[in-house]
Design a protein around this ligand. Structure first.
Ligand SMILES: C[C@H](O)[C@H](O)[C@H]1CNC2=NC(N)=NC(=O)C2=N1
Length: 96
């Protein structure tokens, strides 16, 4: 069962991500980050790799691709805010 990140867990989980260019959208309790690539093909290839992990974990990003840029929003719709799954997916997106 996915649960919202507790107040106690938030700092430890979110601090490394915020230090790696993720930002908090406080209105939606979401993590947001823009990824830049050399080309559309690079961007779309990265999205394809990300999509495989998202499907494997049944946790899916909201994202917008414009040419070589991908704007990503991570939040957990089922709980109305951030869960550990968002942090897990954020860390994966940073490594792909
Ligand atoms: C029914 C299905 O398991 C759920 O809707 C999953 C699918 N992917 C999801 N992705 C995200 N980001 N949040 C969710 O709450 C979510 N829930």
């Amino acid at each position: 069962m996915t649960e919202k990140l507790s107040a106690a867990a938030r700092d430890a989980v979110l601090t490394p991500l915020l230090e790696n260019d993720w930002q908090l959208d406080g209105d939606r309790d979401a993590l947001v980050k823009t990824f830049h690539f050399e080309s559309f093909v690079d961007a779309f290839g990265w999205m394809t790799r990300a999509a495989i992990w998202a499907e494997k974990w049944n946790h899916h990003p909201e994202w917008l691709n414009v040419y070589n840029r991908v704007d990503v929003v991570l939040t957990t719709h089922d709980v109305g805010g951030l869960s550990s799954l968002d942090a897990k997916l954020a860390r994966k997106l940073d490594t792909l």
